[in-house]
Ligand binder design. Structure first.
Ligand SMILES: [Mg+2]
Length: 263
């Protein structure tokens, strides 16, 4: 599987969240094939497109199968902060400069916030049934058992995190992980736009979850939308930003939002 031919001159960027936005496991098909017809039309007039997800790059490989992608996107933003472009032989090539800086900045913020992260870990392990998750490059993650449990954990974190300068977190339903404040879907998207030579007036983005709020922001994209199945908090945010809340869910919502902005 390959990407569509790269336009000679890039005129715009389309950024899509994956789970719940492009792909809905409860729908059949999970991703409406018309979406790819739309993308082909955009490609012909110089637009590039990509997936902007909380999934890791490895997890996205199965995502392309789940969504039955007939061709690959032009870029991939994994774990909200790692940039990749398609390489030869189906391999994703890291955008080294950015990814290395991100790794360095994350190591530093984790080191400086060590005490607090430990405190949260102890709270999670002793006071809740949630799971503390440590992964390569991602030492501080939480998987709660319910939205309510996550809300309680957030209360604990939010009351204390202000003391730690660059520490932030990204969350999506029952998942949370600590990260550097400057790295989220919005700043990652801005880096893609910068590399493409495109200003925010020519950027479209859509997402349904809390971790999409970073990119659903007028600072990074003039065209902002969420599907009908988005979290209420996300819908509220999109409206406040002057964006578009779709009538339809998941990929049908995506197609609707594109229609809305591009007629
Ligand atoms: Mg989502």
């Amino acid at each position: 599987m390959q990407s569509l031919p790269m336009p000679e001159k890039i005129v715009g960027v389309l950024s899509f969240d994956f789970d719940g936005t492009l792909v809905d496991p409860k729908s059949d098909p999970q991703l409406h094939p018309v979406f790819f017809e739309v993308i082909k039309q955009f490609n012909e007039v110089g637009w590039v497109w990509g997936i902007n997800t909380g999934r890791s790059q490895m997890q996205m490989l199965s995502g392309f199968m789940e969504g039955k992608f007939p061709f690959l996107p032009d870029f991939l933003i994994a774990r909200e902060r790692e940039l990749y472009t398609p390489g030869r032989l189906n391999r994703w090539m890291p955008v080294r400069e950015w990814n290395e800086k991100s790794t360095k900045d994350h190591k530093k913020v984790y080191r400086k916030s060590r005490k607090f992260i430990k405190q949260v870990q102890q709270h999670v392990e002793k006071e809740t049934n949630a799971q503390w998750v440590t992964e390569e490059g991602d030492p501080a993650g939480i998987v709660a058992n319910s939205i309510e449990e996550m809300a309680e954990i957030l209360d604990f974190i939010d009351a204390r995190i202000g003391d730690y300068k660059n520490l932030g977190y990204l969350r999506n339903t029952i998942y949370l992980r600590f990260s550097h404040k400057d790295y989220h879907k919005g700043t990652s998207l801005a880096e893609i736009s910068r590399r493409c030579g495109v200003t925010k007036e020519q950027v479209f983005t859509i997402g349904d979850g809390h971790n999409d709020i970073g990119m659903l922001n007028k600072e990074y994209a003039d065209m902002i939308a969420c599907p009908a199945n988005a979290d209420d908090e996300v819908k509220q945010h999109v409206l406040e930003q002057g964006g578009y809340v779709c009538q339809q869910s998941a990929s049908l919502g995506v197609i609707e939002a594109i229609d809305h902005f591009f007629d």
